[in-house]
Write a protein that binds this ligand. Structure first.
Ligand code: ADP
Ligand code: ADP
Length: 227
């Protein structure tokens, strides 16, 4: 089945004289279980596209369907609901809460989704097991290495079993060995059937995805099939 389908997706920032056409007609389809790398030079529109695909922002034109739900034209509240239900995010900067334990950080999206306390704890521990740091559950983020923090962020992103996992430069703050280990984790999640979209400017990272889509000047410049 199809997770992402966009047709003629556009995004214009500002208005009239100062308008910036960040996306100029993106047609993108991602099937369930694919692992796609989104590449392109700085300013090409990658962040803008990620924000729209992740339901953080709305397009100004065209259509976007996420896991069967029409996204364009939604109100802010409906957009937030679809985002919480369908999308898990991993950022370069981890974005963990420093004063909450590792387990509590992973539980947070489940709290918002109304999952009960015991089930939250159980699922958080299972997710931490899956990403290889179950022994850190009751530590604070500040006690972990960068690679370990990113594993926590991945566990948190998976908390509500999202249809789509979006990662924006997830290895950008890591040394190459640790980055490769985090990428191995993404490849394992792909093998397990997760749908992943990863933004990177690093060709060696992009090469490990199943497919690469390159954005230039707000348009898809290259859509490459399975490697
Ligand atoms: P990338 O992630 O590939 O670096 P962006 O999506 O951040 O590209 O930016 C695409 C274009 O849109 C750039 O020209 C950028 O300056 C512009 N842009 C991005 N966000 C905004 C914004 N909030 N307001 C105005 N222009 C923006
Ligand atoms: P990156 O290339 O790492 O995505 P950017 O510098 O493109 O970072 O964007 C950083 C933030 O600034 C984003 O939130 C983006 O939307 C915003 N932004 C980028 N360009 C502009 C702009 N011309 N005007 C206003 N906001 C912008």
């Amino acid at each position: 089945s199809t997770i992402i389908q966009t047709e003629g997706l556009t995004k214009v920032y500002g208005a009239n004289g100062t308008a910036v056409h960040a996306l100029r007609g993106i047609d993108l389809t991602v099937e369930k279980g694919e692992f796609v790398a989104l590449i392109g030079p700085s300013g090409s529109g990658k962040s803008t596209l990620m924000a729209i695909l992740g339901c953080l922002d709305l397009p100004t034109g065209g259509s976007y369907t996420l896991d069967g739900r029409q996204v364009q034209g939604l109100s802010g509240g409906d957009l937030a609901r679809i985002r919480n239900e369908k999308v898990g995010f991993v950022f370069q900067s981890y974005n963990l809460l420093p004063k909450a334990s590792i387990a509590r950080n992973v539980e947070l999206p489940m709290l918002y989704a109304g999952v009960g306390r015991r089930e939250r704890r159980e699922r958080a521990l299972a997710l931490l097991e899956k990403v290889g740091i179950a022994d850190k559950a009751d530590k604070l983020p500040g006690t972990l290495s960068g690679g370990q923090k990113q594993r926590v962020a991945v566990a948190r992103a998976l908390a509500n079993e999202p249809a789509l996992l979006l990662a924006d430069e997830p290895t950008g703050a890591l040394d190459s060995k640790t980055g490769a280990e985090v990428l191995d984790l993404f490849r394992e999640l792909h093998r397990q059937g997760n749908t992943l979209l990863l933004v990177t400017h690093d060709p060696s990272i992009a090469a490990q995805a199943e497919r690469r889509v390159e954005i230039r000047d707000g348009l898809i410049a290259l859509a490459e099939g399975v490697a």
